[in-house]
Design a protein around this ligand. Sequence first.
Ligand code: PLP
Length: 466
Amino acid sequence: MKPLREPRPTAAGESVFDVMRQEYVDTHPASQAMYLRAKLALAGGSSHNFRALQPFPLYFTQGRGALIWDVDGTPHVDHALNGASAILGHAYPTVVEAIRAYNPTRPGATNTELEVLWGERLKALFPAADLVRFTGSGSESSTLAFRLARAFTGKPRILRFHRSYHGWHDQLMIGNMAPYDQAPTGVPTSETDTVVAMSLDGDLSAVAERLAVGDIAAVIVEPSGAGMGLTPLAPAKLRALRDLARRHDVLFIADENITGLRWAPGGVQEQLELDPDISLLGKIATGGYPGGVVLGKQAVMEQIASGIRSTVGHSGTFNGHPLTATAAIATIEALVDGSAQRRATMYADRLKSALNEVFAELGIAGFAYGLASTYWVHLRPANAPDVGITPGVASLGGIAPSQLANGPLDISEALMWGLATEGVINSIFNGGFTSAAHGDHELETTVYAYRRVLTRLRSAGIVSAS
Ligand SMILES: Cc1ncc(COP(=O)(O)O)c(C=O)c1O
């Protein structure tokens, strides 16, 4: 094991957060310079609120396998993986080859055989897909799914769960963040009448009661659990939700943007025989290129199957774009046998065990957990109530999903700075995704980075020592 590089001691009036932030600044000068330039052209110097880490985000130039290089030329172990899309690792050879062979004279916003092929591939993998419709993004997919569900059932509202993420359009913002029943700034208050946001803490009796009111068109879930799996959803609870929806004649929407082709080739619906009425895919299913996918049962999808005479409107200039289709088909082909997913999951399991050894060794009240090829880290801040965590023991029993989701932002930020200083990139929140390309080097680098950061947070009394 590599000896820990000593942190610079804090000076008078300086906190450990200040030191970690300064180390991050000192080790990424080209990104800092890029940010100063970027923020004069781009709002926040970025194109996505969650990519805009403060005091500046990193900017990247290339990715290969499990590594990405920033503009300083420094390689980082990547656990963000292009928004969770790169499960094969960056620049997977057959995907690169397919893009290289792409004919740029091919028309882009028209009907092509490539979108037909892409749809056929997805239909073969996802058992509940009678018909497919491509969209421009995951947010557009959920918007279309809600419209289809309302039109199909004649009911006005969608039931969704706190902190589950389905995109950023107005109605999707109700329930993303606390206060869950209020429209965030810029979202019309009338949207609070279109979506019912509920907690998944405890049993499902409140959900059953709400469904019994009779105004809900569809229930939408992230089958990983909210926040890309940050708050895992037990299979039994997921199935119970599906059964409740069926019992109340409510459509069941599985948002498999994260889980589709990651948990298994045919997503969680294949593993658990979920049989959703509508499923949403993106990220991996779009080969890491822009786009989104809605899959659904014949009767639901037929509402958009008659062109301009369809009962439900849907359009989008670049839906089913052949460049995205090219990357998607190559990606899906590399994932159909499930071996890449198994490699990514095995690495994630090794990483979680190694991180839990670090928690146990340092005696920090926290643990690593997560389903399939994801990993998350739960830390008990020193000022938080004791919920009986044994260091390094991933027991979620006594911890409600809402507690897992609401860790302090300053600790998450410090974690991102500390890890990036050591050459490790996390997704948002404390953790991220793994790929089939992650191996021993990535494991050692990541565990070293965590050991260093956690040691410092413990010494500064920021996280609880048990
Ligand atoms: C589960 C889930 N649904 C929907 C979306 C939205 O997709 P997009 O960012 O393509 O709009 C995301 C994005 O992270 C997601 O994780």
